[in-house]
Structure formats: structure tokens, C-alpha cells
Design a protein around this ligand. Structure first.
Ligand code: ZN
Length: 184
């Protein structure tokens, strides 16, 4: 999941408006922000699988994306916000962990329980090719956006440019569609 993570961040913001938006948006994508340098440093491994959906194989992503490390990164990142009180800390920790939960739906069995664990999880919606996964994620984005907009209108304390924000998330998802990136 890609744009869907940001949609989850918006929904979490709508649920707990006092949590800082920037921290939530970094939090929901933190595991991928760690994944990129880990691959470059050789700590994690991927390889391309041309012609075979989804176009790549995540061979070893245990340090950024395993269940245990997701909880560790959630604790580490949320600890930076201790001054803001436990509700904000728990909300930011949940935002980080939401990445694992959403990837669990999408990934084809490449999420380890802990680094080096032989057990791997993933319900594999990414394998609903060529576009089933994309429509599933779009539905998720639509639900999160609707919740964000309804709460923003009701509470009036955030989401001043809510429609634009949701449009950006949808645009990110469109850019990531199978029709625009046929390599996947
Ligand atoms: Zn991820």
C-alpha cells in the first residue's frame, strides 16, 4: 500500500485531532522511509520480477517491516512526542503500526514476525492483478477521506483545506495505478 497509508494518517488525524498532522503523516510511512536506506545499505534485499506480478519480490525486509520491528519503530518514533501527553504518543505509535496492518493485507507473505523469523505473513491483495488491488486500495482511501471530511466539518478544528488534501492522496493513488505504471 502506498497512498492508502496517507489516507490512514488522515483518518487517524480525524479521530484524534490534537495529534500533529506532520507526525502522523511521517509515522504512517515510516517503515517505508526506513526500508529505502536499508535496501541501499544492503541490510534488506529486493529483486525485480519482470512480467510476474507485482513486478518485484521483497526478499528480506525484516528490519523495517517485521511485526516486532514495526512495534519497536512505533515505540521509538512516538517517544519523541512524550511532552504532548499519552494520548498523542499512543496515537502516533498507532499511526506507525498501521503501516504494518495495511501492508499485512496487501503483501504476499513477506512480512516476518521478527528479523530472521521463518514465519511470514501477508494476505496478498497485491496479487489481485491486474487492477483488483488498486480498486481495493481506492475504496479504503475513499472511506478514510469521507471520515476525515465529515469530522473536519463537524469539529472545525482541522482540515481547513480538507478537500485538497484528500485530492492529493487520490492523485498519488492514480499515479500509482497499473495503467500508468505498466512495469508492475
Ligand atoms: Zn511498507
Amino acid at each position: 500500500m502506498y497512498a492508502g497509508h496517507f489516507a490512514a494518517g488522515l483518518a487517524i488525524k480525524a479521530r484524534v485531532p490534537q495529534a500533529p498532522t506532520a507526525a502522523l503523516l511521517v509515522g504512517v510511512t515510516l517503515l517505508d522511509l526506513l526500508f529505502a536506506p536499508f535496501v541501499l545499505l544492503g541490510i534488506e534485499r529486493i529483486h525485480e520480477t519482470p512480467g510476474q506480478p507485482p513486478g518485484f519480490s521483497l526478499d528480506y525486509i525484516d528490519w523495517s517491516h517485521s511485526l516486532l520491528m514495526s512495534l519497536v519503530w512505533a515505540a521509538v518514533f512516538s517517544a519523541f512526542f512524550l511532552k504532548r501527553g499519552h494520548v498523542v504518543v499512543l496515537t502516533i505509535a498507532f499511526a506507525v503500526f498501521s503501516h504494518f496492518l495495511l501492508d499485512l493485507l496487501m503483501h504476499p507473505g513477506d512480512l516476518a514476525l521478527w528479523p530472521g523469523s521463518a514465519t511470514h505473513l501477508g494476505f496478498g491483495i497485491w496479487l489481485w492483478q491486474p487492477s483488483g488491488w488498486w480498486w481495493f486500495e481506492l475504496g479504503f482511501i475513499a472511506l478514510c477521506s469521507a471520515y476525515y471530511l465529515v469530522r473536519a466539518r463537524r469539529l472545525q478544528s482541522f482540515g481547513g483545506r480538507g478537500l485538497w488534501v484528500c485530492a492529493v492522496v487520490v492523485a498519488l493513488h492514480v499515479v500509482n495505478s497499473p495503467w500508468l505504471s505498466p512495469a508492475d
